[in-house]
Design a protein around this ligand. Structure first.
Ligand SMILES: *[C@@H]1O[C@H](CO)[C@@H](O)[C@H](O)[C@H]1NC(C)=O
Ligand SMILES: *[C@@H]1O[C@H](CO)[C@@H](O)[C@H](O)[C@H]1NC(C)=O
Ligand SMILES: *[C@@H]1O[C@H](CO)[C@@H](O)[C@H](O)[C@H]1NC(C)=O
Ligand SMILES: *[C@@H]1O[C@H](CO)[C@@H](O)[C@H](O)[C@H]1NC(C)=O
Ligand SMILES: *[C@@H]1O[C@H](CO)[C@@H](O)[C@H](O)[C@H]1NC(C)=O
Length: 648
């Protein structure tokens, strides 16, 4: 702290004031001192403290403690003629119990020949005066005026609020209720020692008459004329040549504070009056019963609580937003297929880019790991969609598709719906999508055996959708990038039905057609209607893709559009259809098989729906159960197709 000059002045003034407040003198015949507060006063303290404002706190509230404060030097209690001197003292005290009606033990003024007795004195009912073994032993040489706040049968106490005169014992020679006799009425007025109110006590010993009087009154009241106690007691055997004078107090099992506010003492004369106005102020109330730990922990804890609640609310609102979903009554029926967004969010590590395994078509695909079933790998497709239109039908279809099980279909596990977003959860296909193997240099080229296996698988999957399941399911988007490979390199169709989401106007009011250029059947361009036959058309394009290793429509070096079908038909016309085969396919393949697949592809790609085979027939051709009809290139008037795309 920085001290300003005016602070110093104030400090000096305060210090000077306190020095004036406390004064003492020891003369030949008498000795006296006056302490209007104890700031700067030379006292011997044991357990007691002088507070900054000058208040003497004998016990600080700690239980089972004694507190003592006494004049540091012994006082000469005998005259030159070996007579016990008279003495007079007055003091102001207050007892603060933690509870206004309950308190620990009291406080005493003492005259003690020996410090030894004080050192070994005990707290609690011994009031910091005696130690138990010396109670009643004449050699203790102690005299005290006790202000006792607890009834103790052992010491024959009269009650729990009394004043007693003690000589070498806690069994008082004389005792009475705490209080005073009103000067006017002469009536006794009770005073509650533990009232936390300051009270003044006067103790006078007449050495000649061997009489002692004890008087008390509330602070501020003039000393009552009639003393509270008036007892004959010879202190000559108690007080030796010198003795210490001071105060002691004690706590037991209840926390209590004992204060001495002011004190004056005189030998051979009346105690100087105290300057009431100069006395230090008492604490206003019992300090809140808080431990030091609590004092620090409580504010921190409450701050932390407020912060935690704040964060909690913020987080829960954020979470609610973050994990919010759309759920409608009609979805109840599809319950088991519903995933929570939170689960998918965690599975994909928050849809992190690291987990992104594909993008395009209808959205991004993320790889993820579910918690339940533990560590199950899934692919989560995030499809953005704005309209609710068609959603119900779509989800219904998803739910039913969820029941589709075929080894050439990618199992759809379920879905989740959010505002503007649909999430589809599929089994994870470790080998990725087929187009990677066809066009990317990244994956090893597939040999013909593998390709044919995939072709057959995809055909089987499509056949299942079209004919073998309880209802006709149209895939709508058959293409290499929608064919996924499982760990055994089986081709599996994925993404079935997805196009439907964008293809509401499947009947009259067609707005736009969804599918992929090059795979779209011509009639779909006109009617917008997807049929098993349009799937067959797309399958034809897929066959060409996988066999030729080319996309259905490509730009050549001269930036001209090359339609794969036209190119293959052209080669066929020239009698070299086998030249269409992907050059990356290692030798050793069956030319007949390839030529069959190419011709079947063209058959499927027939511009007219009823000119195409069904998937069942396709399977039979592939398996050699049916002989492919002898198609002439002319049968497939592809220019029609070309014209259609031009106008598209
Ligand atoms: C109270 O006084 C006792 C000695 O009587 C001491 O040990 C304790 O530390 C004090 N407590 C406080 C809070 O001052
Ligand atoms: C307090 O009084 C004692 C005994 O009279 C004395 O030895 C001691 O020096 C005094 N201390 C102070 C600070 O005055
Ligand atoms: C002084 O008086 C006391 C008791 O009255 C006595 O025990 C003691 O011996 C006396 N001392 C002297 C020096 O006379
Ligand atoms: C009790 O006090 C007396 C002196 O009055 C002393 O001799 C004795 O050793 C004390 N006993 C204990 C247990 O402290
Ligand atoms: C009184 O205390 C003294 C020592 O302090 C001891 O020698 C003596 O035996 C005690 N007397 C009684 C009656 O306990």
């Amino acid at each position: 702290m920085l001290l300003q000059p005016h602070h110093l002045v104030i400090l000096l003034l305060v210090a000077a004031g306190r020095c004036l407040a406390a004064s003492g003198s020891v003369g030949d015949e008498g000795m006296q001192f006056t302490y209007n507060g104890f700031a700067g006063v030379n006292l011997t303290l044991d357990g007691a403290v002088v507070m900054p404002n000058g208040l003497l706190m004998l016990t600080n509230g700690t239980i089972q403690k004694k507190g003592q404060a006494f004049h540091p030097s012994e006082l000469p209690f005998r005259t030159a003629q070996n007579a016990t001197r008279s003495f007079s003292t007055t003091f102001v005290f207050a007892i603060f119990g933690q509870y206004s009606d309950l308190s620990s033990h009291g406080l005493a003024f003492f005259v003690s020949a020996s410090r030894e007795v004080l050192f070994t004195a005990l707290p609690s009912q011994f009031l910091g005066l005696l130690n138990g073994t010396d109670v009643g032993n004449q050699s203790a040489h102690i005299f005290a005026v006790e202000l006792d706040t607890i009834f103790n049968a052992e010491f024959r106490d009269i009650n729990s609020n009394h004043v007693g005169i003690d000589v070498n014992s806690l069994v008082s020679l004389d005792s009475t209720d705490a209080g005073y006799y009103d000067d006017g009425t002469g009536r006794f007025q009770n005073l509650n020692l533990i009232s936390r109110k300051a009270m003044q006590v006067w103790v006078d010993y007449d050495g000649t008459a061997t009489e002692i009087t004890v008087t008390m009154a509330p602070l501020g009241m003039a000393r009552p004329k009639k003393p509270l106690l008036h007892t004959t007691v010879d202190l000559s055997g108690v007080v030796q040549s010198t003795a210490y004078v001071g105060f002691s107090s004690a706590t037991g099992i209840l926390t209590t504070r004992h204060f001495v506010v002011g004190w004056s003492f005189a030998l051979d004369g009346p105690a100087p009056a105290l300057d009431i106005s100069a006395l230090p102020a008492l604490p206003r109330a019992w300090p809140k019963p808080r431990s030091k730990v609590l004092e620090i922990v409580l504010p921190l804890a409450s701050a932390a609580l407020v912060l935690a609640v704040g964060i909690g609310i913020y987080v829960s609102v954020q979470r609610r937003l973050k994990y919010s979903e759309l759920r409608e009554d009609w979805e109840e029926a599809f319950g088991p297929h519903r995933f929570s967004y939170k689960e998918l969010f965690h599975a994909t590590k928050g849809f992190s880019d690291k987990n992104l395994i594909g993008a395009g078509g209808f959205g991004s695909v993320y790889r993820g790991k579910l918690r339940k079933p533990a560590d199950m790998e899934v692919a989560v497709k995030r499809v953005s969609h704005e309209s609710r239109q068609g959603m119900k039908e779509f989800v219904a279809e998803i739910a039913s598709i969820g029941r589709l099980r075929h080894r050439n279909l990618v199992p759809l596990l379920g879905y989740c719906r959010r505002k503007g977003e649909l999430l589809l959860v599929y089994d994870y296909m470790p080998k990725g999508s087929l187009d990677k193997y066809l066009y990317d240099g990244s994956a090893a080229a597939l040999d013909w055996h593998q390709r044919f296996h995939i072709i057959r698988g995809v055909a089987a999957g499509l056949l299942y959708l079209h004919e073998d399941w309880e209802q006709v399911v149209i895939h709508r988007d058959v293409k290499a990038s929608n064919v996924l490979l499982d760990s055994e390199m089986n081709g599996r169709l994925g993404d079935f039905g997805l196009a439907r989401l964008y293809d509401h106007g499947s009947d009259a009011q067609t707005t736009h057609v969804v599918g992929t250029m090059g795979y779209l059947a011509p009639e779909q361009g006109h009617t917008g209607k997807a049929t098993p036959s349009t799937d067959v058309f797309a399958f034809g394009a897929f066959l060409l893709e996988i066999t030729c290793g080319r996309r259905p429509i490509e730009q050549n070096e001269r930036n001209n559009r090359v339609v794969l079908v036209d190119w293959v038909v052209e080669l066929w016309r020239k009698g070299v259809i086998i030249d269409a085969v992907d050059t990356r396919i290692p030798d050793g393949f069956s030319r007949d098989k390839i030529s069959l697949v190419l011709k079947l592809a063209l058959f499927c790609s027939h511009p007219l729906a009823n000119g195409r085979p069904t998937m069942r027939q396709v399977m039979q051709y592939l398996d050699g159960d049916l002989v492919l009809p002898d198609l002439s290139p002319a049968y497939l008037s592809f220019t029609m197709l070309e014209r259609m795309y031009d106008g598209y």
